[in-house]
Design a protein around this ligand. Structure first.
Ligand code: G3H
Ligand code: ZN
Length: 288
């Protein structure tokens, strides 16, 4: 079975992108894995600090193993947007395959120092661990934004800084800010594709570039981003909306129903549908 690093390299070399999907419940983890199994894609499940507090760290790791065994495909678990070193170490100790150490709100030097510490700590515990750092400022959160969010190109990731950051930290993946905003923004996003290509050309081949906040980005921009060098794409809000809006509908239509597993069945299907659509767009199908 390929490692996450090998899938990311395959994606980079063959112009597709791995999909990263967030979950906070077993039903959602299963929906992601089932959709990946159906289309033949590796499953990357992300859990942010809030999501994994709800899910449970040990539970997430055990469920990952159970789902990988049941569905027979690679399932990787990422500690998404981990904002401090201690929380990242806890996720490493719990057995996550991948850590996104997000110190992008700190100074460049502090970001390098903390990220480097997590790379060393992670490798000492698990030589196959995959560590993602983040550089540049990514606004928003995973919900529908009702107010306009101004993004300043000054906050975008700078190619030369990206090269220095990667060299000094030893990360496997780099999350970049190139006009993407977490959540569904009021205005249509306008990705800086040339900047993605510039970052790609300054960062070593073995480091994967990650596009966060991809909900609501038009399909043609996603394809251009992949062609410019993105090999991992994060989706959360589109899944949350698919799940919750279908659940609300189901609750309203079945007022006498008390079995949760019946009430959320259509929400799970809605989530699976989104995962499959995204994997098709990323050309991530038939890859395992
Ligand atoms: O890390 C998670 C992703 O960046 C999700 O962003 O909610 O805009 O899809 P999104
Ligand atoms: Zn993100």
């Amino acid at each position: 079975m390929k490692t996450l690093k090998e899938f990311l390299m395959d994606a980079r070399q063959n112009h597709w992108a791995t999909g990263h999907f967030n979950a906070c419940e077993l039903d959602q983890m299963r929906a992601i894995v089932e959709a990946c199994k159906d289309v033949g894609s590796p499953a990357i499940i992300g859990a942010s600090e809030g999501e994994r507090k709800h899910l449970g760290m040990i539970e997430a790791v055990v469920l990952r193993d159970a789902l990988a065994q049941e569905y027979g495909i690679p399932v990787f678990l990422n500690a998404d947007h981990t904002k401090n070193v201690d929380a990242a170490k806890q996720a490493i100790d719990a057995g996550f395959d991948s850590i996104h150490i997000d110190l992008s709100a700190e100074s460049f030097e502090q970001n390098v120092m903390g990220t480097k510490e997590i790379v060393a700590y992670g490798l000492a515990k698990n030589p196959e661990i995959n560590i993602e750092g983040e550089l540049g400022y990514l606004a928003g959160e995973s919900k529908i934004q009702h107010e306009k969010i101004e993004i300043n190109p000054e906050d975008y990731t700078k190619p030369k800084e990206a090269a220095r950051f990667v060299e000094q930290t030893g990360v496997d993946r780099l999350a970049i800010a190139v006009g993407n905003i977490h959540g569904i923004s009021l205005d249509e996003p306008d990705l800086d594709i040339e900047r993605i290509a510039a970052i790609r050309s300054t960062v070593p081949e073995h480091v994967a570039l990650v596009l966060h906040a991809a909900s609501g980005i038009p399909d043609d921009q996603i394809r251009q981003a992949i062609d410019a060098g993105i090999s991992n794409i994060h989706i959360n809000t589109d899944l949350r909306i698919a799940f919750v809006s279908e659940l609300k509908k189901s609750l309203a239509e079945h007022l006498d129903e008390a079995a949760m597993y019946k009430l959320d069945a259509s929400a799970i299907e809605a989530m699976k549908k989104v995962v499959k659509e995204k994997l098709t767009l990323f050309e991530a199908i038939n890859r395992v």
